[in-house]
Design a protein around this ligand. Structure first.
Ligand code: VG1
Ligand code: CO
Length: 542
């Protein structure tokens, strides 16, 4: 039986960089998740009788919301829900399942790299039929709808069994519980040369993969250990836990510091990697070298032709605006298109669908290709492994060679987390007001050549996304970018992105923070970060 339940709007259901992300107690308010899901369904057209893919990263509250979404999907007229066993699907796997099954779309329950647990974060994302994150037009419509919603529809049936693979009826709906790993693993086998990677492991190559007690554990065990024959123990922290073992499932140098320390110490494995809560991010560390996501994008793009799935070459490369220009130099050399989009994977969708870009990346540990419409953590790791196996060199040598060929883009991001919203806005507004007057100004011996507030004109659908980050360029190619995070759940997070290009190989061995010291100091002079935030130093440096 379908019920229509009266409700009243919540003021704060605005989707951010990737979906709606709030603390668990916010989501636990009566009707909160229901209002958002109904606002989503009300903003979609023509899904009667069609398939919805559903899964999440297994964090606290995942199972409860899965049950709610299933009953609401039934009441709203979907014909079928395809859900991962135990309510689990990594973000890239969900993207693949949506595409493979030609589903109408999918709902992914995740707050990505944010911590999980009763007082931590939860999130809901919607992906469209192409497998990619909802475009801005849709998220704007959902938000508008959430402010006027008066009721939602839900069907009355008991909880469906998420722990048994199979197909069954639930009320007016068909539910299919699928193995969350199988389709994805098969896709990876179709892109990479598993035989060559297997031989590499047989020859004694050692890697450490930290699943951070998040969603990629089962994927890494199946693919790395079972299909590629990596020794047992290659995947660590592989059991997904509702609170990620109390850690942030964020594969960066702060939250994956154990892995980093191990990779820098004597006796380190040959290659180290980690992924985040929902499996779309990747951290890659060679023996003795952390590879920045921006460099990784450039190196993967430059070497992709060595791998079966990309043997025909790349159509183009796309990167988010704050990501370093390292990939631009590769695109230039390959003579292919280079696209610069705002932060967030949703902006790559049109370029991938139109066949203009093959590989995309973000400085925030996101890399992916046209095989799905999300960034893909394990895919990036496998691409690295395949390249390492083919080239037969260490990651360190490959990175050094890349810098010698293309020059090095020194790059770092400084995050000031959980700043009071008013103070963060004051910082951004103050800088925005001064932008126009900056060109020609000299700071610490560097002259500002241009400054603007980044706006993106989508070449496919003509949409314009403005206010995407304040950019300050210096003569010689250095750059500062300031933007506010759209994924935080407490206060505001100010992100400062710092980049300097160094063509001279004899100057490639510097420590990153030292190489960027003048620019970092200039950023504080320009934006008065310390006085606005009241912080002496960033919360996270990557
Ligand atoms: C951050 C990253 C952005 C990424 C987004 C979602 O957004 O900077 O590059 O696309 O997280 O990643 P923001 O607005 O906080 O800077 V994930 O792994 O949460 O799906
Ligand atoms: Co993520």
């Amino acid at each position: 039986m379908t019920r229509t339940v009266a409700t009243t709007p919540f003021a704060d259901q605005k989707p951010g960089t990737s979906g709606l992300r709030k603390k668990v107690p916010v989501f636990q308010q009566e009707n909160y998740a229901e209002n958002f899901v109904q606002s989503l369904f009300d903003s979609l057209d023509g899904f009667a009788g069609s398939t919805l893919v559903l899964g999440g990263d297994g964090r606290y509250f995942n199972r409860e919301v899965i049950q709610t979404v299933i009953r609401m999907a039934a009441a709203n007229g979907f014909g079928e829900v395809v859900v991962g066993l135990g309510g689990i699907l990594s973000t890239p796997a969900a993207s693949h399942v949506i595409r493979k099954r030609q589903a109408f779309g999918g709902i992914i329950l995740s707050a990505s790299h944010n911590p999980g647990g009763p007082h931590e974060d939860f999130g809901i994302k919607y992906n469209a039929a192409n497998g990619g994150p909802a475009p801005e037009k849709l998220t704007d419509a959902i938000f508008a709808r959430s402010k006027e919603i008066t009721s939602y529809r839900i069907e009355d049936f008991g909880p469906v069994d998420l722990d048994r693979i199979g197909r069954f009826e639930a009320g007016s709906l068909t539910v299919e519980v699928i193995d969350p790993v199988a389709d994805y693993a098969e896709l990876m086998e179709s892109l990479f040369d598993f035989e060559t990677i297997r031989k590499k492991f047989q020859s004694g190559f050692r890697m450490a993969f930290d699943a951070m007690h998040a969603v990629t554990g089962p994927y890494a065990r199946e693919i790395l250990e079972k299909r590629l024959g990596a020794p047992a123990g290659t995947a660590r922290n592989y059991v997904p836990l509702p609170d990620f073992g109390g850690h942030h499932p964020d594969p960066n140098l702060v939250h994956a510091s154990d892995l980093y320390d191990e990779m820098m110490a004597p006796g380190a494995p040959d290659f180290g990697a980690a992924s985040d809560g929902d499996g779309d991010r990747n951290l890659v560390i060679g023996k003795g070298i952390f590879i920045t996501p921006s460099d990784s994008l450039a190196i993967l793009a430059a070497n992709a032709h060595l791998v079966p799935g990309y043997r025909g070459g790349l159509k183009g490369i796309a990167r988010s605006m704050p990501t370093s220009g390292a990939a631009d130099r590769v695109a230039e050399k390959l003579g292919i298109g280079m696209y610069e989009t705002p932060t967030g994977w949703k902006f790559f969708g049109n370029l991938l669908d139109a066949g203009m870009a093959t590989i995309c990346g973000e400085e925030s540990a996101g890399t992916g290709s046209d095989h799905v419409r999300e960034k893909d953590g394990l895919w990036a790791v496998l691409l690295w492994l395949n390249i390492l196996a083919v080239r037969g060199q260490s990651a360190l040598d490959i990175v050094r060679e890349h810098w010698a060929t293309y020059g090095r883009n020194y790059y770092s991001r400084h995050d000031y987390e959980a700043v009071e919203t008013d103070r963060a806005n004051a910082l951004m507004d103050g800088l925005k007001r001064r932008l126009e007057s900056l060109p020609g100004t000299a700071i610490r011996g560097m002259t500002v050549s241009a400054a603007d507030d980044f706006a993106y004109h989508d070449p496919i659908d003509g949409s314009v996304s403005s206010g995407q980050g304040l950019r300050i360029f210096f003569e010689g190619g250095s750059r500062l970018v300031f933007r506010l995070s759209g994924t935080g759940t407490s206060g505001a997070t100010v992100r400062l992105y710092v980049e300097r290009y160094e063509p001279d190989p004899s100057r490639h061995g510097l420590d990153t923070q030292a190489a960027l010291a003048d620019l970092i100091a200039a950023a504080d002079e320009l934006a008065k970060i310390r006085s606005h935030t009241g912080r002496a130093a960033p919360s996270v440096i990557t």
